[in-house]
Design a protein around this ligand. Structure first.
Ligand code: 5GP
Ligand code: MN
Length: 321
């Protein structure tokens, strides 16, 4: 509670007028939705606010109010306050020395391995998403949650909980979602915008992924490896990879699912998911990434087959420990 008071004090202070909200590269619904909700709220308070994500915004999130105002900050201006959301460490922001671009750095996050890099750190792990934290913050500040803010927060929560399916769906999550629906959000319309405007090519990618699916001999680890040369032939975009890792995860008996994806030659994005027992956040952290108990990831450089072997070995160590 004391930390929330400190954040409110920093936001309300007359000495602080220029604000920048930033989130991580490879942005997801929580990164974009939470940043935009905060950006709209700061503007409502009469602050000079900007929002930056140093990467492409997935096209299925461009319907979010304010998404077109997101800039790519290059680290060459100074703000009174920078608020970093949904980032376990500053490297995820993709802006060098961002901590030197402001008087006060605020860190708002829900990842278990958060490095507490801010001057003020508000890290809560028993919530679904940063969207949930921002809702509580706005509620404490008695800021009127407009439909635009509600739509951004609802999207943050919806996407980080896999549509209220994952183990990070708490009673608080449904209570807050209910409050947001009261602001006039249509859940069917949001769902359709995010998940049901698939291209034919993205279904071909799914077909390829299912063809490449493998399991270990005990059938408790399942994975898909997508090589650059295979993906290149399909006209797919960033958002089309989202959710692919869930297919190996839903096989009965599988505890850990992995998606290996060669983004560029020899740069491999690894997505890890677990069902009930293994802490894949810890496994990813040991591989230089991070995340949560049930969903995590990292990026590794090297040959995709060798990385596959390395990561699967690491998972087996935890599986049979
Ligand atoms: P996804 O597999 O959907 O990209 O990511 C799942 C979770 O793992 C997210 O919470 C995300 O923040 C975290 N994550 C994914 N990639 C990385 C990474 O390279 N570094 C860190 N620290 N976390 C990651
Ligand atoms: Mn998140």
């Amino acid at each position: 509670m004391i930390i929330i008071k400190k954040i409110i004090e920093v936001i309300n202070s007359e000495n602080n007028n220029s604000f920048l909200v930033v989130s991580h590269t490879s942005p997801d619904g929580d990164a974009v939705g939470s940043s935009l909700a905060l950006y709209h709220s700061l503007k409502k308070l009469g602050k000079k606010a900007e929002v930056s994500i140093n990467d492409e915004i997935p096209t299925n999130l461009l319907f979010l109010p304010g998404a077109k105002n997101i800039i790519k900050f290059n680290g060459e201006r100074f703000f009174d306050v920078i608020i970093v959301v949904d980032c376990s460490d500053l490297r995820r922001v993709g802006i060098k020395n961002i901590q030197d671009c402001c008087k006060i750095l605020i860190n708002i996050d829900h990842h278990q391995n958060n490095e507490n890099f801010g001057d003020v750190n508000y890290v809560k792990t028993n919530v679904s998403s940063v969207g949930e934290i921002i809702y509580v913050l706005l509620d404490s500040m008695e800021i009127d949650i407009s439909k635009n803010i509600a739509l951004n927060l609802y999207t943050a929560i919806l996407t980080d909980t896999g549509s209220f399916r994952y183990s990070n769906t708490y009673p608080s999550t449904h209570k807050i979602a209910s409050e947001l629906l009261d602001r006039g959000i249509n859940p069917d319309e949001v769902y359709r915008e995010i998940y049901e405007k698939k291209s034919l090519e993205s279904l071909k990618l799914l077909s390829l992924a299912l063809k490449l699916l493998k399991v270990n001999k005990d059938k408790n680890i399942a994975w898909v490896s997508l090589k650059n040369e295979d993906i290149k032939q399909l006209k797919v975009e960033e958002k089309d990879f989202e959710g692919l890792v869930n297919y190996p995860r839903i096989i009965d008996g599988v505890e850990v699912a992995v998606l290996f994806r060669e983004k560029e030659n020899n740069l491999i994005k690894v997505s890890l998911r677990s069902n009930s027992r293994l802490d894949v956040g810890e496994i990813a952290y040991n591989l230089g990434g991070g995340g949560h108990k049930r969903a995590s990831g990292c990026e590794l450089s090297g040959n995709i087959q060798e990385i596959e072997k390395l990561v699967l070995n690491e998972i087996e160590k935890y599986m049979y420990k």
